[in-house]
Write a protein that binds this ligand. Structure first.
Ligand code: G6P
Length: 469
């Protein structure tokens, strides 16, 4: 391997290291690769047919071999009638958007005629983090309908949420693709008891509970009518599912129009990822450099640093997306992986993190890859605050790659910036990271769509449950 001190920044060899698409600008000028290495990396990516595999995924190829499934999250945001599963996708989208608008327009009310002011999403993993990420990014300061997220089987969270809510003006969305998840089932039982204790009889649950699942009989299990059920499908992975009915709480809180704009932004990124040449293809470049950093530069962590409160929760979403998709040591063909796979994904609000873990990034011995994110236009009117925030984001971007010759530390940094956070740019941003992840899966030679390592924990938890009274 090359000595770290001689690995130059890409900007030392290239004029154009800023790439833009779908309202996003990616600056790869602080990646460490020289021209010769870059050419060999491009050859490797072509040999692996990374873009071709991505396009096959979009067409419905069985890319999740272990579960014999396709991975068609791109269809959920594709307006074309020719996209795989278009009919059921569009019908479902219209159905849950209509429901969302009915709740917003007070047509759908609680059993005593109260308008819905609060929605509790009960779900975990992909059935929690996507909607939570989008809601936190786009929510107004004073939402008319507030979302609450009940994921863990932790009664403290349950109490903190329910103690400030009125059950008569609350809607519960139970989200579980499998409908088997222990935490979700336990929270559901608890919330139904909460409704009952408040004086809502079982026959009126239909005014307060809806279900999103890939199990068609999931609503019936609660005696709910079929209108209270919105399907998702086994050809969409949980961590890629916010674009379908798992996004229902977002559509309720922010409106169907905003939700559809979010989908449109993601679709624009899908088209970009399918068609842009490698050297201008944002997710492809991100995947290529992540591969290079991991395999050749021995980088072991990937840190996402948004200088924007609205994307604070995106760290959690990214963590599941990348680590559950790529944290594997078996190749897609069942043989042991040669080399490395997922980096450890972490992060935090950039400005706050400067005063906590940046010391580790600046001078620690771990090798890190970092995305610094900012929006040029702030989501507020405090000009001076934004000036300070931007000064810090831009200064830290340089500081994080400025080497003290005596120090061992080593970072590679990209910046990801957008002019303004809108439903479209958020959709494009999240889709970009999805595609980076699945393309990286192709380069690592692994199946990015299963999560066999999670199963043992679930099985043991079910066994342990029987032993605890
Ligand atoms: O939506 P559910 O079937 O309840 O699954 C919720 C979560 O369960 C597991 O932990 C999986 O690893 C996640 O990928 C999934 O998102």
């Amino acid at each position: 391997m090359k000595s770290l001190t001689v690995t130059p920044f890409i900007r030392d060899s290239f004029e154009n290291y800023q790439k833009s698409a779908c309202g996003i600008t990616l600056d790869i000028g602080r990646q460490r690769i020289n021209q010769k290495e870059l050419l060999s990396l491009i050859d490797f990516v072509k040999e692996k047919k990374m873009i071709e595999s991505f396009n096959e995924m979009r067409k419905g190829k069985i890319v999740n071999a272990s579960e014999h499934r396709s991975a068609l999250h791109t269809s959920l945001r594709d307006p074309s009638p020719d996209a795989p599963h278009a009919a059921e996708v569009h019908q479902t989208l219209e159905a849950f958007c209509k429901f969302a608008e009915d709740v917003r327009n007070w047509k759908w009310r609680g059993c005593s005629g109260d308008r819905i002011t609060d929605v509790i999403n009960i779900g975990i993993g992909g059935s929690d983090m996507g909607p939570k990420c989008v809601y936190n990014a786009l929510r107004p300061n004073k939402p008319e309908i507030k979302l609450h997220f009940l994921a863990s089987a932790d009664g403290v969270i349950f109490d903190r949420i329910t103690s400030v809510l009125d059950p008569f003006s609350t809607l519960i969305v139970i989200s579980s693709k499998s409908f088997k998840t222990q935490e979700t089932r336990a929270n559901t039982q608890e919330i139904l008891d909460w409704l009952k204790k408040a004086g809502i009889p079982e026959k009126d649950f239909k005014h307060h509970v809806v279900v999103v699942s890939a199990k068609p009989d999931a609503a019936e299990q609660f005696g709910l009518p079929k209108e209270n059920f919105f399907p998702i499908w086994d050809w969409v992975g949980g961590r890629f599912s916010v674009w379908g009915a798992i996004g229902l709480p977002v559509a309720i809180a922010l409106g169907a129009d905003t939700f559809k704009r979010f989908l449109a932004g993601a679709h624009a990124m899908d088209q970009h990822a399918s068609t842009a040449p490698l050297q201008n293809n944002l997710p492809a470049l991100m995947a290529m450099f992540a591969y290079w950093n991991s395999e050749k530069l021995d980088v072991s962590s990937y840190c996402f640093l948004p200088y924007d409160e609205r994307l604070r929760v995106m760290v959690d979403w990214l963590q599941q997306l990348e680590m559950e998709s790529l944290g594997k040591s078996t190749a897609a063909d069942g043989t042991p992986v040669i080399g490395k796979t997922s980096l450890a994904v972490w992060g935090g609000h950039g400005n706050e993190s400067q005063h906590s873990f940046y010391q580790f990034l600046r001078e620690g011995t771990a090798k890190n890859s970092i995305d610094v994110f900012w929006c040029e236009k702030p989501g507020h009117a405090h000009k001076e605050l934004h000036r300070v925030l931007m000064a810090n984001a831009k200064a830290q971007t340089e500081a994080l790659v400025t080497r003290d010759p005596k120090s061992k530390y080593f970072n590679v940094v990209s910046t990801v910036s957008i002019e303004e956070l809108t439903p479209e740019t958020l959709g494009a941003l999240m889709a970009m990271y999805e595609h980076k992840t699945t393309m990286l899966g192709t380069l690592f030679g692994i199946n990015a769509f299963d999560q066999p390592g999670v199963e043992l924990g679930k099985k043991l938890a079910n066994e342990a449950y029987k032993k605890i009274s």
